[in-house]
Design a protein around this ligand. Structure first.
Ligand code: FAD
Ligand code: SF4
Length: 500
């Protein structure tokens, strides 16, 4: 076969079919409808299958990207799924929510001349096919009698739980909320990540034998020390996330009608507020809603508020669209749906209606000055520019902090911002206790949280004296011929895991 070059590959990236903006602004159905087979095959043709593919190290869990794309091109879709699940437990989720433009797609050389290969969309396509076909890669697991406890069922906890279960441990995940999934469940709305997709990929965890106990707030029902000393866990992983809201500290924040994005999203995504009174969660947003901030969380809050019935929904951000931290695609979708943007604007006071409800914000207009430490131009207030901005509800989406409960109820060492301190291998200051995800790194991404969960799992295996089954998969992936039933011949007497 002739070697592909940038000139010979299909020049146009397969477009993602989407719901019409006017229709979708009034429903919670998924916006991006997914590739058809022809779109996926066209996109695979665009991959140059680079020998030292830069996309692989640019992926936080090092998915063999040219490998799975080649399998799709060969129409071996199950083979593509097998390669993906060597590295990620959640391909249908990651394919939807990972910021690929900053990771694998950001370094794809096709992107130097054309649009980069749509790696995320291909990953989602294979993940969706696996769900539709009922595929899973549950290995045969030999139990080792060791007990592992996981705090938090977000992507970090899930990834760690899966690896420890595959290694033969008896794994229990404790989740404070009444449903598992972390931000994937309570934060990211249905129109970006349907619950059916999350449920299907979570089921792969329970197939590995992982037990998930919801409504269990660790630090209140029992402490980390008690998990070790009384509940008999040989090792513990903390993946409790960073869901604690941040406010600006301006006057009027205690008025009715001021809430955090996480509160709005949890009420809608987890507690059925959009179906009140069927579910006993009132929302009462009023007609005009302002969301402060312009990251991905802000985009989700804006678009949820619109779908929940607000008539005018404003994004209020102190910088411009160019500095906005949200994914470009999310801003575009929000604009198409009719979200109104007030760039270079900052609230300085929240005003009441005389009955303890929000009536308006007093805002200042800004202009961009010299770059700050983040490299972005610093917003500077324009003197005399203050004005009243009438709103019924104000939603803060300006970042989150570590939840303090674990720190307050255990002896675990925290850093100056309240996040759990770990070494490079995600071991905490307490023996046998590991941590990862947002509670260590600060607010990050799904795939980075998963990556730290997997890294911590490797450290836990080393601590517990479990031979790491990762080496088995590595040997297979490298095309090593010396293997039997998928297991490297030199490893077979030590390995605890056989592929069924
Ligand atoms: P989380 O997902 O926060 O999960 C932690 C879990 O631990 C929660 O379920 C919590 O209830 C539970 N918990 C906390 N304390 C306790 C306790 N004491 N006992 C028991 N359980 C506890 N990233 C992307 O890559 N792409 C996106 O599109 C994206 N969109 C986002 C949208 C929103 C609205 C938000 C808030 C974040 C978004 N992120 C996105 C970021 C990403 O979701 C997080 O970085 C990731 O979920 C962190 O994973 P985690 O496992 O560390 O924590
Ligand atoms: Fe294919 Fe781009 Fe990865 Fe090269 S960098 S292997 S072209 S996806």
């Amino acid at each position: 076969m002739a070697k592909k070059t940038i000139r010979t590959i299909p020049q146009d990236r397969s477009p993602m079919p989407v719901q019409d903006p006017e229709v979708r602004a009034a429903n919670f159905d998924e916006v991006a409808l997914g590739f058809r087979k022809a779109d996926a095959l066209n996109e695979c043709e665009r991959c140059l299958v680079c020998p030292n593919a830069e996309c692989v190290p640019a992926c936080p869990v090092n998915i063999d990207i040219p490998g799975f794309i080649t399998k799709i091109a060969e129409q071996d879709f199950r083979g593509a799924y097998n390669i993906l699940t060597d590295s990620t437990l959640l391909p249908a989720i990651c394919g939807r929510v990972c910021p690929q433009e900053d990771q694998c797609e950001g370094v794809c050389p096709v992107g130097d001349t054309l649009e980069p290969v749509a790696i995320g969309r291909l990953e989602r396509w294979v993940g969706d096919m696996a769900i539709a076909e009922g595929w899973d890669n549950t290995p045969y697991i030999e139990r080792n009698g060791l007990k592992v406890g996981i705090v938090g069922s977000g992507p970090a906890g899930m990834a760690c739980a899966a690896d420890m279960a595959k290694a033969g441990c008896d794994v229990t995940v404790y989740e404070a909320l009444h449903q598992a999934g972390g931000v994937l469940r309570y934060g990211i709305p249905e129109f970006r990540l349907p619950n059916g997709v999350l449920d299907a990929e979570l089921a792969n965890l329970t197939r590995l034998g992982v037990k998930i106990e919801c409504n269990t707030l660790v630090g209140r029902l029992f402490t980390i020390e008690q998990m070790r000393e009384e509940l008999g866990f040989d090792a513990v992983f903390i993946g409790s996330g960073a869901g604690y809201p941040t406010f600006m500290g301006i006057d009027g924040e205690s008025l009715n009608g001021v809430l955090s994005a996480n509160e709005l999203l949890t009420r809608c995504n987890l507690m059925g507020a959009t179906e009140f009174p069927k579910y006993d969660t009132p929302l009462g947003l009023g007609k005009r809603v302002a969301v402060i901030g312009s990251g991905n969380t802000a985009m989700d809050a804006l678009r949820v508020a619109l779908r929940a019935g607000a008539e005018q929904v404003y994004c209020v951000y102190r910088r411009t669209r160019n500095e906005s931290p949200a994914r470009e695609e999310e801003i575009e979708h929000a604009e198409e749906e009719g979200i109104l943007f007030e760039w270079l604007t900052v609230p300085v006071e929240i005003l009441d209606d005389g009955e303890n409800n929000v009536r308006a914000m007093r805002c200042l207009r800004m202009e961009l000055g010299e770059p700050d430490d983040s490299g972005r131009r610093r917003p500077v207030p324009i003197e005399g520019s203050d004005f009243e901005f009438e709103v019924d509800t104000i939603v803060y989406a300006i970042g989150t902090n570590a939840n303090p409960i674990i720190g307050q109820t255990s002896k675990i060492e925290l850093n100056e911002w309240g996040y759990i301190k770990t070494d490079d291998n995600f071991a905490t200051s307490m023996a046998s206790v590991y941590a990862g995800g947002d509670i260590v790194t600060g607010a990050a991404t799904v795939i980075l949280a998963m990556g730290t969960g997997r890294h911590a799992a490797r450290s836990m295996k080393a601590y517990l004296g479990i031979r790491d089954s990762e080496t088995v998969y590595r040997a297979e992936r490298a095309g090593n011929e010396c293997k039997m039933f998928g297991i490297d011949i030199e490893e077979r007497t030590f390995s605890r895991v056989r592929v069924a």
